[in-house]
Design a protein around this ligand. Structure first.
Ligand code: 0XT
Length: 308
């Protein structure tokens, strides 16, 4: 039985990774559900084999009284904003006044909410909202219901702190508001509010029904020393099984970044999730360290906000 349970877990998590990590589904929904139902049945019959990182724990069933507070390993940053080419040229001038040759990575700014994840010995042990940047709400049970968040890392790491954006895809948002309309419940104003409400549900079974997504974009670990650039961080996150938004670009001149921002203003509604801008980062980690932080924001990153 324990071999069967182990085999089912592997198959289910592999299917999750293929679907949410690589965007290449391998099992049909029916096949996936059949495996999950068999795993849940076997774990019920043999509770001695149940473990907290089993994919059966994704379906929720945990009702919190309230959310404990948790202090983040490192304060979660907030980004300075740029609204036009002038702001971006000014950002580039400040960067170049401190470092020589610089390359920028430009990532989508998903309109969701920041979620910090902590893995110990490869298992997801804690997840939290941003809160005030220092202290957030511990919402691990809810986060376990998001298939795009791996319960176990794919490669060995003693400890891994990941930052990313929790969000609700537009399809989930429309379906949810339809259901609420039919049930005579108040509608959510936008996917960001719906995601925040869903992640802060006390009953994780409700979170599990909300079909949320997650895009990882940052790591805080000793391994980070071996990760020399933001693009290497994104590759590492993909290798570890995280869903990383594929729409990122690398540019060596701010004029190219400005042109790309202009393009993206036109294309911002072409995605199955809301985006409210782009995040421009110095690619080289050593240069990020040289540039450091102001009181509240990194000097090596800026958010370009789309016109309202
Ligand atoms: C380095 O700090 C950040 N990086 C980010 N990257 C992306 N893609 N999206 C964000 N919302 C974001 N937010 C922060 C504070």
């Amino acid at each position: 039985v324990s071999q069967r349970i182990e085999a089912l877990r592997e198959q289910i998590e592999e299917a999750n990774y293929q679907y949410y990590g690589l965007d290449q589904p391998t099992l049909s929904d029916a096949e996936y559900d059949a495996l999950l139902q068999e795993l849940i049945r076997l774990e019920k019959e043999h509770p001695e084999f149940l473990t907290p990182d089993s994919p059966s724990q994704r379906v929720g069933g945990y009702i919190a009284k309230e959310f404990p507070k948790v202090r983040h390993a490192e304060a979660l940053l907030s980004l300075d904003n740029a609204f036009d080419a002038g702001d971006l040229l000014e950002f580039d001038r400040r960067v170049r006044s401190m470092v020589a040759e610089v390359e920028y990575v430009v990532e989508l700014k998903i309109d969701g909410l920041t979620v910090a994840l902590t893995y110990e010995d490869g298992a997801l042990v804690r997840g939290a909202t941003r809160g005030d940047g220092e202290v957030g709400e511990e919402i691990t049970a809810n986060l376990k219901t998001i298939p795009a968040i791996p319960l176990r890392l794919r490669k060995q790491a003693d400890r891994l702190d990941v930052r990313g954006e929790g969000y609700m895809p537009k399809g989930s948002f429309l379906r949810l508001n339809q259901e609420r309309e039919e049930a005579g419940q108040p509608l959510f104003a936008n996917p960001r509010n719906a995601a925040a409400g869903s992640l802060r549900q006390l009953d994780s079974r409700i979170t599990a029904q909300r079909k949320l997504g997650y895009f990882a974009y940052q790591v805080l670990t000793p391994e980070e020393g071996e990760l020399a650039s933001q693009t290497a961080v994104l590759d590492y996150l993909k290798e570890q099984g995280f869903s990383v938004n594929p729409e990122y670009r690398v540019f060596s001149a701010i004029e190219e970044v400005i042109a790309y921002c202009g393009e993206m203003v036109e294309k911002r509604h072409n995605y199955p999730y809301d985006i409210d801008g782009l995040v421009i980062k110095v690619n080289d980690i050593a240069q990020q360290r040289e540039l450091g932080f102001t009181a509240k924001s990194p000097r090596w990153a800026i958010a370009y906000k789309f016109p309202a």
